[in-house]
Design a binder for this molecule. Sequence first.
Ligand code: DGI
Ligand code: FE
Ligand code: FE
Length: 198
Amino acid sequence: MGTAYDLDKMNKTLKKYLDTDRFIHTQGVRYTAAALAMAHGEDAGKAELAGLLHDCAKNIPDKEQIRLCTKHKIPINAIERKSPYLLHAKLGAWIAKKKYDVDDEEVLDAIRWHTTGTEDMTKLAQIVFIADYIEPKRFKAKNLSEVRPIAFKDLDECCYIILRDTLKYLEIKGSPIDPETEKAYYFYKNIHDTKEEE
Ligand code: DGI
Ligand code: FE
Ligand code: FE
């Protein structure tokens, strides 16, 4: 059974709200998430939907994101106050629900956690988190040639590597760490360490 959602219509709307690079990245995440879902026995339609919408709030200016979160009672933590670009994930989940009429909570959660990750993510949330990092047009991380094949074999291990490298990168930059990023890291590190002991 496929989803009842009209992804092509959503795509047309997204094209209006996203800049060109972001729109192209969105297509990359859309199809990478679908491919990962196929590799891991998850619903490819749901992955495609979550991938397509994950950055729907990305091009809203910081001030406007703060205003919208306040207006719609989306809590803003201290780290998000300092780094408001983090808000596009939670605000994106809200926009997906209210403007794109997505009522699938698993899809909304995958959008909500796509930037920081969180502990014990669903496979769908892991897939979107990973697809965001590895999609073909993404070339920021230097070890992508190592991370990409792992994504198709082991979601937990892949989340561990991405979170480890993201924390390293944020520490070097001196960026404040969101508690969810930290929790996510320790959760997937624990799975990694347990496997090492076997
Ligand atoms: O929206 P995208 O650019 O596609 O990607 P994204 O939503 O995953 O955002 C990526 C950025 O978010 C990346 O530069 C790392 C940053 N990030 C992830 N966790 C944290 C964080 N930034 C801060 N300050 N704190 C975090 O905990
Ligand atoms: Fe994002
Ligand atoms: Fe993204």
